[in-house]
Write a new protein. Structure first.
Length: 529
């Protein structure tokens, strides 16, 4: 293996998903603590001081206490170089989350043991399923009273449609939590409430076959229950099968308590063994193997004004193959230009480090003067290929937006266009009417507020928004369609998107079919590709 192959093979890039409050942030903090990336876990989200000190950037998030943007963290552990992609947990941001998942090779799903599968977990899981990436489950908060373990597994299987294979098994929960039983090694890891913020702790491990020792440690009742449960489990659970895990059909399940630091390092160790090195990706020239090709990457996220003092815009890209070094020139395929990336940085939460080199699997952020769009490919100057695009989600809410001060038209158009290029909103222009107003479409209504807030704070433009009743959107797939001849319905509106593609908005779902019936050969699509 040469040096580049070696670097790539030690990389692991995963997204962490959960319903808000299940413990995603706490678990991430503990990972970082083991990796030595930061000194005190609490500093990721020291709630008393600044609730979202590191992973969030915008004021609105602090006010609402939710995570709108996603962040990237990198740390070293046991010879591995680990990239964690944090996903926003709020239901309104599924599109952003989807893009983030496009950049990951696997996902860690955190579930609150007392709550089981929650709506947001379900949604995020569906997105993982669409990509067929491996999913690892961490059932958290076992130091609190949790649901019955078999019921929890059953719920995951039924609700999410994935087989489960517990790697370890909890011994009680809440006040009666005694630790976990590791099935492979047949050992019991005794629970200890590790002092918060440190990784020191006593990890007492006992062989289950030493009945006297075990029952003395966890109590006879707990031991009896454990033995019964293991017997049941061995008969009922799916066999561990790495190939099925890697195909996203079987999820290994771990139990622990992120807050007390219990089960976290064991989880990390198993996870790193089971998860894969950066995966090959599909392009218009076939599958690209990370190690056998020179540098290539795709843009999966654009974030503006991360640092107010600088008014900058950062394009996040996932390196898909080879090695990137800061001195080299790359081709921006969609822009048709060969260029040097500007200020390539590794975004370690809110602190940034200018980097000299990075490898397939890594995420880099580069300064974007407004040239990149989501889904763009970068490769070596001598090459030219495109990674499969990231589809645009169909917006479900629409509003007509107008600036209040007519003198500020220029700032308004600039602001709203930039925010649309980032993918936070989609903007449309009305056809036929000659009106200068812009129609905004969003996946979740909170994005309207984000838009208003950002236009006011970053572009100094006040706006008025008038909700529109449209709920269904269809892109017209035909080449050069004659929109004047299109026979529509009374509730239909013709618009164009940012890339001048024609599309139709409908109030009623049945109108879509009616328009298809009335216009032979018309092809409509729910996704803007
Ligand atoms: P999130 O990122 O998924 O939204 O969850 P986060 O880690 O912020 O955790 C949500 C709450 O759950 C926090 O409490 C956190 O301390 C708690 N928590 C996380 N893991 C565990 C665990 O293993 N056991 C127990 N008992 N609690 C856990 P909070 O009250 O919101 O914040 P704080 O004031 O306690 O810090």
């Amino acid at each position: 293996m040469n040096q580049i192959e070696q670097e790539i093979s030690r990389r692991r890039t995963f997204a962490i998903i959960s319903h808000p409050d299940a413990g995603k942030t706490t678990l991430t903090e503990k990972f970082l603590l083991y990796g030595g990336a930061i000194n005190l876990a609490g500093s990721v989200k020291g709630k008393a001081t600044a609730r979202h000190a590191v992973s969030d950037w915008m004021e609105i998030e602090k006010e609402r206490g939710i995570s709108v943007t996603s962040s990237v963290l990198q740390f070293e552990y046991d010879g591995y170089c680990i990239n964690i992609l944090d996903t926003p947990g709020h239901q309104d941001f599924s599109e952003d989350t989807y893009r983030t998942l496009m950049a990951a090779d696997s996902a860690v799903m955190v579930i609150d043991g007392a709550k089981g599968v929650e709506p947001q977990t379900r949604k995020l899981f569906k997105v993982c399923g669409m990509r067929g990436i491996p999913i690892f489950t961490f059932i958290n908060k076992m130091d609190r009273d949790a649901n019955d373990t078999f019921d929890l597994l059953d719920e995951i299987e039924k609700e999410l449609g994935i087989a489960t294979c517990p790697v370890n098994w909890p011994i009680g929960s809440g006040k009666a939590f005694r630790g976990v039983y590791e099935r492979e090694t047949r050992t019991i890891h005794c629970f200890s409430d590790t002092e918060k913020g440190t990784k020191e702790g006593t990890d007492k491990v006992l062989p289950i076959d030493d009945a006297a020792l075990v029952s003395a440690e966890i109590g006879q009742d707990a031991f009896d229950t454990l033995q019964e449960e293991i017997e049941l489990l061995d008969g009922a659970s799916a066999e561990f099968d790495l190939a099925r895990v890697q195909a996203g059909q079987l999820t290994p399940v771990f139990f622990g308590s992120a807050l007390t630091n219990f089960g976290v390092e064991v989880f990390l160790q198993h996870f790193l063994k089971m998860t894969q090195t950066p995966l090959p990706r599909e392009s218009d020239q076939g599958i690209v193997d990370p190690a056998s090709r020179e540098f290539s990457a795709f843009v999966f996220k654009i974030q503006a004004n991360m640092n107010k003092a600088h008014r900058d815009r950062v394009a996040f890209m996932r390196i898909c193959s080879g090695k990137y070094d800061a001195s080299m020139e790359v081709r921006h395929v969609q822009g048709g230009k060969v260029m040097r990336l500007s200020q390539p940085q590794q975004i370690m939460a809110d602190s940034r480090k200018i980097l000299d080199e990075a490898y397939a699997g890594d995420i880099i952020g580069v300064f974007d003067p407004g040239i990149f769009s989501i889904g763009d490919t970068l490769c070596m100057p001598k090459e030219e290929f495109r990674y499969a695009g990231i589809p645009t989600f169909a917006p479900e809410h629409f509003a007509r937006v107008k600036q209040l001060d007519t003198m500020k038209r220029k700032q308004f158009v600039k602001g709203i266009t930039q925010i649309a290029q980032e993918g936070a909103i989609q903007i449309f222009k009305e056809l036929d009417t000659g009106l200068e107003e812009i129609i905004v479409g969003v996946v979740g209504v909170l994005q309207f507020e984000v838009l208003k807030y950002r236009l006011e704070n970053e572009y100094n433009v006040e706006i008025r928004m008038e909700p529109l009743p449209y709920e269904h959107i269809r892109w017209i797939e035909n080449e050069n369609p004659d929109l004047n001849r299109l026979v529509g319905t009374s509730d239909m509106k013709k618009v164009t998107d940012l890339r001048e593609r024609p599309l139709l908005l409908f109030i009623n779902p049945w109108s879509v079919q009616m328009v298809l019936d009335r216009n032979e050969g018309l092809v409509l699509s729910e996704f803007g590709r």
